[in-house]
Design a protein around this ligand. Structure first.
Ligand SMILES: NC(=O)c1ccc[n+]([C@@H]2O[C@H](COP(=O)([O-])OP(=O)(O)OC[C@H]3O[C@@H](n4cnc5c(N)ncnc54)[C@H](OP(=O)(O)O)[C@@H]3O)[C@@H](O)[C@H]2O)c1
Length: 271
């Protein structure tokens, strides 16, 4: 996401970050049509990923690219549009930007309060039936909305926020429900997002564990998020090769139960 928003690096550097992650073994990339500067720039992140994959020497078919539709960026603002017409047009634009005939995982970015939820989900179901989309995902949804959607179309993944600062996905039962039902849970902003992640290296509990196990504070937190349930996948972002490599290494980090419990119990101030 941050390779395409305000403050992004040049595209050549962005391509290097994506390829470094792929070389390190990352096989899932999450993007969205609206990871860009404004409406004129729609699809920037998808085009960047397509470029990185085209110039990569590994097996393109082993990489899963998940994208999203259902938002727009008029004059750089973030607004929702979950209408079937918009979702259909956005999906076709994403197919072109990614340079593929079928999107691996197409996610509704967020429910649109002005559009009946069933209509948005129905549009994704139709795109799947037509072969434009392999799997359907939902982002920023409640358990009740997920249950409703599952009556309308097969839902493969949910993408909601989960990090030590924001634990609502644990409290509302979404992570547990996904685990029970075999639905992937993609934890977004897994280290806290653009602002809060910067507090991690100074966090007393996290920094002590990081020093002891010889990992970064960010990697420790990614390991904690991954340990929250069998369905949990983390989708950290990175703007530098160094951060991409650090995050990709976190998958191998297994924390002791005492360390996990210490992070569970610690306070993570959002101030
Ligand atoms: N569905 C949704 O509504 C939604 C909303 C938000 C995000 N997302 C998804 O979640 C992804 C991640 O979200 P996010 O960027 O908000 O949160 P995040 O991954 O928790 O935060 C990433 C930040 O951590 C920094 N970082 C990573 N490793 C580091 C390290 N070892 N040392 C120091 N800093 C490090 C990165 O800095 P640099 O940038 O300097 O590398 C980046 O700014 C996005 O790319 C997007 O795919 C989805």
């Amino acid at each position: 996401m941050h390779l395409s928003l305000e403050g992004r690096p040049p595209d050549t550097a962005g391509v290097r970050v994506i390829q470094a992650a792929l070389d390190a073994g990352v096989r899932l990339i999450d993007t969205a049509d609206v990871y860009c500067l404004d409406q004129d720039d729609i699809g920037h992140n998808e085009r960047l990923i397509a470029k990185a994959l085209a110039g990569w020497s590994g097996d393109r078919d082993a990489v899963l690219v998940a994208t999203k539709g259902g938002m727009v960026r008029p004059e750089g603002r973030w607004e929702r549009d979950g209408s079937p017409e918009h979702l259909r047009a956005a999906c076709h634009r994403s197919l072109r930007a990614l340079g593929v005939e079928r999107i691996d995982l197409y996610q509704l970015h967020a429910p649109d309060p002005r559009v009946p939820f069933a209509e948005s989900v129905g549009a994704l179901g139709a795109l799947r039936d037509e072969g434009k989309v392999r799997w359907i995902g939902l982002s920023n949804v409640s358990v009740a909305q997920l249950r409703e959607a599952r009556d309308l179309a097969p839902i493969t993944a949910v993408q909601n926020r989960l990090n030590p600062f924001f634990r609502e996905s644990l409290v509302d039962g979404m992570v547990a429900y996904c685990g029970e039902q075999g639905i992937g849970f993609l934890a977004y902003s897994p280290t806290g997002g653009g602002r809060l992640n910067r507090k991690l290296p100074e966090h007393p509990v996290v920094s002590a564990i990081a020093a002891r196990v010889g990992a970064s504070a960010h990697a420790v937190v990614l390991a904690w998020v991954l340990s929250r349930g069998p369905a949990v996948i983390v989708i950290p972002s990175a703007r530098s090769v160094e951060h991409a490599l650090d995050a990709s290494g976190a998958g191998d980090l297994v924390l002791a139960s005492d360390d996990l419990a210490a992070i569970d119990a610690a306070e993570f101030s959002r101030a």
